[in-house]
Design a binder for this molecule. Structure first.
Ligand code: TXA
Ligand code: MG
Length: 310
C-alpha cells in the first residue's frame, strides 16, 4: 500500500468512528465529519466554537450521491457541468427524506453542497459511504487554514488526524450561490461571478440574508487575524505591518507583499497565510493598501472588510 492509500485509510478510520479530520481542498482546509451523523456534526460545531444557527457545507464526490439528499434544478446542472469539481458551493432544496443530520442545516430546508477538486479529498470521498460536512478548519471568526500547520495552530491535538494535501491552490473559500430561488451570490470566493453569469446568461445579484437562511454576511467579524486591521491605507503608521499589492521602489521591513505584479488571483491565494505570518512576526496592527474592486479583488476586499471589524 502506498502512503496516499494508507493516509486515506487512516482518515476513513477516524471518520467512520464519527471523529473529525482535517481535509485539504483546493480552496481552504476543512474540518470534516460524517454529514449523516449527529454525533460527528455536533463535534464540528463544538471544535470550531461555531454558533449552531450557522449551517455547514456538505461535500460530495458525485452528483448521484447528491441526488439522494437534494432536489437539483436546471441552473444547478448548468453550473455543475461547467465548474465541478471546483470552488463553487450551491444552496439547494433539501429532500424530505434525506439522511443529512439536522444539525448540519439547523433544521432548515436548504443545504449548501460542494464538489471539491483536490485529488486527495476526492479519493477520500470516493471511499466513504456518506458525504462530509466540512466548514473551514479554523476557530469561528478567525483566519481560515491553507496548510496543515495552520490547522494545527487552530486546533492543536483536539483533532485526531489531518490529511496532508500540501498548500491550497486557491487559498480563499468557495463562491456560494443560492439556487433555491432566482440565483443569488451569498459569498464571493474562488470563482469569479462573471464566469457564473456567462454560463447562466444573466446577471447574478449579490444576496444577503433571506428570511430564515443564515448567510455568511450575517456575522460581522470574520476572517480575522486577531489584531486590528485598517483598509484603504495610503501611508502606514509606525509599528504597523503594511500589506501591499504594488511593488515599491524602496521596501521596508514592515512591508508584506500579497503580490508584486498586481496579480489579484495570486494576492487572494497569499492572503490568509500572509496575515498569519504578520501576526507571528509580532505585529499588533495591520494596514492594507487599497485593492481594486475587480475580479478576485472583490473577494479579497470582502474578507478584509470583515477582518477590519475587529
Ligand atoms: O471553500 C469552502 O467553501 C470551504 C471548504 C472547506 O470547502 N468551506 C467553507 O465552509 O468555507 P464555512 O462553513 O467556513 O462557510 C460556509 C458558509 C457559512 O458562512 C454559512 O453561513 C454558509 O456557508 N451556508 C451554509 N449553509 C447554508 C445555507 N443552507 N444557506 C445559506 N448559507 C449557507
Ligand atoms: Mg469559514
Amino acid at each position: 500500500m502506498n502512503s496516499i492509500q494508507s493516509n486515506i485509510k487512516k482518515a476513513k478510520k477516524y471518520l467512520d468512528k464519527n471523529h473529525c479530520v482535517g481535509v485539504p481542498t483546493e480552496t481552504v482546509y476543512g474540518l470534516a465529519g460524517n454529514a449523516y451523523s449527529d454525533m460527528a456534526v455536533k463535534k464540528i460545531f463544538k471544535l470550531k466554537k461555531r454558533p449552531r444557527n450557522n449551517p455547514l457545507i456538505v461535500h460530495y464526490h458525485s452528483i448521484y450521491q447528491l441526488r439522494e439528499d437534494c432536489h437539483v434544478n436546471d441552473n444547478f446542472l448548468k453550473l455543475y457541468k461547467k465548474f465541478c469539481p471546483g470552488p463553487i458551493t450551491f444552496v439547494l432544496k433539501l429532500k424530505n427524506y434525506s439522511k443529512i443530520s439536522k444539525f448540519v442545516t439547523n433544521k432548515q430546508k436548504s443545504l449548501a453542497v460542494r464538489f471539491p477538486k483536490h485529488p486527495l479529498f476526492r479519493k477520500l470521498l470516493k471511499n466513504l459511504k456518506y458525504p462530509l460536512a466540512a466548514p473551514s478548519a479554523n476557530i469561528s471568526t478567525r483566519l481560515s487554514s491553507v496548510q496543515p500547520s495552520d490547522v494545527i495552530e487552530e486546533f492543536g491535538s483536539k483533532i485526531k488526524y489531518i490529511l496532508n494535501g500540501g498548500k491550497c491552490k486557491i487559498g480563499v473559500e468557495s463562491t456560494i450561490v443560492n439556487l433555491t430561488t432566482r440565483p443569488k451570490i451569498l459569498r464571493l470566493g474562488g470563482l469569479e461571478i462573471s464566469r457564473l453569469e456567462k454560463v447562466l446568461k444573466k446577471k447574478i445579484p449579490l444576496g444577503t440574508k433571506t428570511k430564515k437562511i443564515v448567510s455568511p454576511g450575517q456575522f460581522r467579524l470574520h476572517y480575522s487575524p486577531g489584531i486590528p486591521l485598517r483598509i484603504n491605507v495610503k501611508k502606514p503608521k509606525k509599528n504597523e505591518a503594511f500589506m501591499l499589492i504594488k511593488k515599491r521602489k524602496v521596501t521596508f521591513k514592515d512591508y508584506y507583499y500579497l503580490t508584486k505584479k498586481n496579480n489579484l488571483k495570486q494576492a487572494a491565494k497569499n492572503l490568509y497565510s500572509l496575515l498569519r505570518k504578520i501576526k507571528k512576526d509580532g505585529y499588533k496592527m495591520i494596514a492594507v493598501e487599497k485593492i481594486p474592486n475587480v475580479g478576485f479583488g472583490k473577494t479579497i476586499n470582502d474578507r478584509l472588510n470583515r477582518a477590519s471589524k475587529f
